[in-house]
Design a protein around this ligand. Structure first.
Ligand code: NAI
Length: 334
């Protein structure tokens, strides 16, 4: 019987996976991510299933000689060394579609909170202060939305934006003119998008080509006061450029579901009880600087996290594992 270890599982995940796979596979469940620190727990696993905080780099994968398949319960796979996995004949599969609408809806949650000062109003009203002073917002109707990466999530964002009466421009390395016509947006070059957008929203994958796509060299092109929304991956923007843009008013605000060091700050409350690295301190400091700004909203990587999307993720993972076990792997990542 193949042994599967699931990492980063919640009690809900465990119930679902147990019900779907018990009896056919030997199952192990771990709430923590799989990293170099606990790699020994996966020593006997034929399959591991992880979420995005696991680090399946060469160091970790090389310590798992039995491993034949990684089933990541995410769309993104930048936490897995694909080259090394391929060399070791380890199959990697992902969940390509599950939350296009889910992430797009969260994106608009961040946009609307910032444009209408909902986060500021909330803080005020929980303190029993109902003064509307300083809470005047602005309409998103008629504004320019710049979507970077008009794929699954990006095209849902475009559809929603059209419903709000926004003008949409998009930058993508692959242009789909049918989509452009049907959804009623226009592809432009990255520089033009930065210069024309009132709101910039990132929806492309993070990889070597997209690392620091927005950086200190091109941040100056951004239309002054634009809102910056990142529900994709932190590394798409150089952190220095993000801080600089907020400090100088280039960005009028930012809605961040992802940010550099998000995995480290999750453990902030444990910092006083153990050795802390400089990297850890830097992540916490940068996060606090962002949080201290009234025009920044951060959410803890929850754009995907709706009841419906999580069920879709788990079901696809179960299907991926079953397909792999029967010799016809699906949703392969290469
Ligand atoms: P997708 O693959 O459907 O779309 C990505 C689009 O980006 C494609 O149209 C592609 O051509 C484009 N693209 C690729 N390289 C590019 C480049 N260098 N410049 C501009 N465009 C480029 O992916 P999907 O499902 O829309 O997801 C996008 C990203 O969102 C994922 O890679 C993942 O990192 C992130 N994500 C975040 C979640 C969260 O909870 N915050 C949940 C799910 C995904």
């Amino acid at each position: 019987m193949l042994k599967i270890n699931f990492y980063e599982v919640t009690p809900t995940d465990k119930r679902f996976l147990n019900k779907a796979l018990r009896g056919r596979f030997q199952l192990g469940f771990f709430p923590e991510p799989l990293t170099a620190k606990n790699v020994a727990t996966a020593r006997n696993a034929d399959i591991v299933s992880v979420f995005i905080y696991s680090v399946l780099d060469k160091g970790t994968l090389s310590k798992l000689p039995r491993l034949r398949c990684v089933a990541t319960r995410s769309t993104g796979f930048n936490h897995i060394d694909l080259k090394y996995a391929a060399a070791k004949k380890i199959t990697v599969c992902n969940v390509p579609y599950y939350g296009e609408n889910t992430v797009a809806e969260h994106t608009f949650g961040l946009i609307l909170a910032l444009s209408r000062n909902i986060h500021k109003a909330y803080v005020r009203t929980v303190r029993n202060n109902f003064s509307p002073e300083g809470l005047e917002g602005w309409d998103i109707k008629g504004k320019n939305l710049g979507v970077i990466g008009a794929g699954g999530i990006g095209s849902h964002v475009i559809k929603i934006a059209k419903g709000f009466g926004m003008n949409v421009i998009a930058y993508d390395v692959r242009r789909n003119h049918f989509l452009e016509e049907v959804l009623g947006f226009r592809y432009v070059a990255l520089d033009e998008l930065l210069g024309k957008s009132d709101i910039i929203s990132l929806h492309c994958p993070y990889n070597k080509t997209t690392h620091h796509l927005i950086n200190m060299k091109n941040i100056g092109l951004v239309k002054k006061g634009a809102l910056f929304i990142n529900t994709a991956r932190a590394g798409l923007i150089e952190t220095e450029a993000l801080h600089y843009a907020l400090e100088s008013g280039i960005f009028g605000g930012a809605g961040l579901d992802v940010f550099e060091g998000e995995d480290l700050v999750k453990e902030e409350n444990q910092m006083l009880t153990r050795n802390v690295s400089v990297e850890h301190l830097k992540a916490v400091l940068e996060k606090n600087i962002l949080l201290n700004r009234e025009n920044v909203i951060m959410t803890p990587h929850i754009a995907f996290d709706s009841v419906e999307a999580v069920e879709r993720i788990l079901q696809t993972t179960v299907d991926n594992i079953s397909s792999f076990a029967t010799g016809s792997p699906a949703n392969l990542v290469r």
